[in-house]
Structure formats: C-alpha cells, structure tokens
Design a protein around this ligand. Sequence first.
Ligand code: DQA
Length: 169
Amino acid sequence: MALRGRKEEHVDEVEVEQAPAAVIRVLHGPNLNLLGERDPEYYGSGTLAEIEQMTASRADVLGLATEFFQTNREGELVDAVQAAGQQAQGIIINPGALTHYSRALADALAHVQVPVVEVHLSNIYARDEWRRTSVTSQHATAVIAGFRQMGYIFAVDAMSGFLSDFAAA
Ligand code: DQA
C-alpha cells in the first residue's frame, strides 16, 4: 500500500525525549482522485493534493502527523482501514460512494478501536435519495458533511479533541 505522508523528523542532540506525534491516517475512496474537475458544485474546485496539503498543515499546527491514501478499489480501502486501525491513532475517511452500500467497509470500520471521523465534501442528506443512507457512519465517532474542503480541517480539529480526550481517559 503506497502511503503519502509527512512525519516530523527530530534530531535529538540534547537529551530531551520528544514523544512521537500521533498519526492520523486520511483515507479517500473511489473517484476522489478526480477532485478539482469532478462536480465542483458539490465538491468545490480544490484538488485532492490541495486538500491533503491543507489537512497536513492543520495537523502540523496541532502537533499531529498525517498519512494519506486514495484508492478506487473497495478491497484496498478495507485493507487500508484494517492497517490504519493497527498503525495509526486516528482515521479520517471519505469513503466516496462506498459510503452508501459497502457492508465490507462498514465491517472493517466496526472492528477499528481508534477514533474515526467520516467526511463528505457535499451534504449527502441534500442530494439524491440513495446518497442519504450511509452504511459506514454508524461505525464512525463523528460525521462531517457539506463543508466542502473545510470539512477536512474540522475533521483534524475534531480528531485532535478526540485524541486528547482519549489520552485523558
Ligand atoms: C462524497 C459523497 C458521495 O455520495 C460521493 O459518491 C462521493 C463523494 C462527498 O465527499 O461528498 O464520491 O463522499
């Protein structure tokens, strides 16, 4: 699985131990590689690369590391959720159309023990009837829909809150 990510590298010349930053894995499902050219009236004009850059910057400010993955294949997204559940401290996921019908993805999310924020650029509740059902959101800690690319900023902020709550618990 090819992950694109940024992690802070620290060269410790003094004896100050720096706790490693918590890692948020940001997963994008089918057709989100087409952002920028696909239905801008719903999804805005930002490309996936721009959204990832914005998301990584916001996470940096909050002391969180980010890793990104996009796939058009259901099985690969299931694999990515399973791996993220083991390797990351939180998951932000936009499952694309798989949101509406993938029981396999829902089962994978149900098994995950880290906080999950489901993001939709568009307001799925104000669109076609079939988009109003999400089979995945019952396994998410929170859902953000309709804020276009700002939704990813809110998702990082929410994740930061969840991670500090979890750390405090
Ligand atoms: C989407 C909404 C889905 O209905 C659609 O299939 C997508 C994108 C969103 O971000 O608004 O691919 O998840």
